[in-house]
Design a binder for this molecule. Structure first.
Ligand SMILES: C[S@@+](CC[C@H](N)C(=O)[O-])C[C@H]1O[C@@H](n2cnc3c(N)ncnc32)[C@H](O)[C@@H]1O
Length: 262
């Protein structure tokens, strides 16, 4: 039986973002696609199935372990899909240009110079080509950050509070994304945000939440020099999740087209 490659239904983070990406993306069989921050292949496998054997998908990720994992899932399937190691911020000038550039959960990793990285990337689009990137935009988990800030204030944790403010300030916003796409001369620019609720219980369920630990929660720990203090602070916070739930992420998709006559 020929396998099919839908977006995995059991992934509560990547798939909701990828669904929004696919909704914004105008894709034709035969298109050439560059998928950046490809990770485990969401949505690269699905894209490859959509463009078919007349098309191509080059899926890049900075981490070799991710590329090897995706190649092992791929096996002999979809030979027009290629996983390679690469840094989306510094692509080699020898790379060809593409009809479409996609990146699910990617734009937050364009730092430190997001505009420059976006501008470099758009150069690899053919005339009439479309770029669609998704990311959790500014506003994501604000209820949590507000409570953390409030608690830090109560405890007079001045340095930690400053680090938190810098971290929040550094998150990309939907408005910024729109402005940059327009500044780059793209057309039909659309930047959309949809809330996504992340469910959590209190205590260890929250502290070891698969979506939050190794990502957003680690960012709070990093605001503390003293990790014992961070552990104690977070333990206390985790006891009463009612104070910051519902926990809402802002699912943001940014899309634009290079003018056809460029
Ligand atoms: C949140 S994951 C998203 C993976 C996949 N697109 C998905 O939706 O499941 C982000 C991926 O971006 C990769 N990444 C981070 N910085 C990168 C860079 N500068 N260039 C290419 N990939 C990068 C990470 O290794 C990680 O696999």
């Amino acid at each position: 039986m020929t396998p099919s490659w839908p977006l995995p239904e059991n992934d509560p983070w990547s798939t909701p973002f990828a669904k929004l990406l696919m909704h914004k993306l105008q894709l034709q069989p035969g298109d050439s696609v560059l998928d950046i921050a490809a990770g485990g292949g969401i949505p690269a496998f699905h894209l490859a199935e959509q463009v078919g054997p007349q098309g191509s998908v080059l899926a890049i990720d900075i981490h070799q372990s991710q590329v090897l994992r995706s190649r092992s899932i791929q096996g002999q399937h979809l030979p027009w899909l290629q996983f390679e190691v690469g840094d989306m911020r510094f692509l080699p000038p020898t790379l060809p240009s593409f009809n479409r550039i996609t990146g699910n959960l990617s734009f937050m990793f364009f730092r430190p110079n997001r505009f420059e990285a976006l501008s470099n990337l758009v150069r690899f689009l053919k005339p009439g080509g479309q770029i669609v990137l998704t990311f959790p935009s500014l506003g994501t988990f604000d209820s949590l950050w507000n409570l953390v800030d409030e608690e830090m204030k109560q405890r007079n944790l001045v340095k930690e509070r400053k680090a938190l403010a810098e971290y929040i300030e550094e998150r990309p916003s939907a408005n910024q994304a729109k402005q940059w796409l327009e500044e780059l001369g793209l057309e039909q620019v659309e930047v959309t945000e949809w809330p996504l609720e992340i469910f959590t219980r209190s205590g260890r369920d929250f502290l070891e939440h698969p979506l939050l630990r190794g990502g957003f929660l680690d960012d709070i720990y990093e605001c503390f020099e003293d990790q014992n203090l961070a552990n104690e602070f977070m333990e206390e916070l985790s006891q009463d999740t009612d104070r910051f739930t519902p926990l809402l992420a802002q699912r943001c998709a940014m899309s634009g087209f290079v003018p056809a006559s460029k």
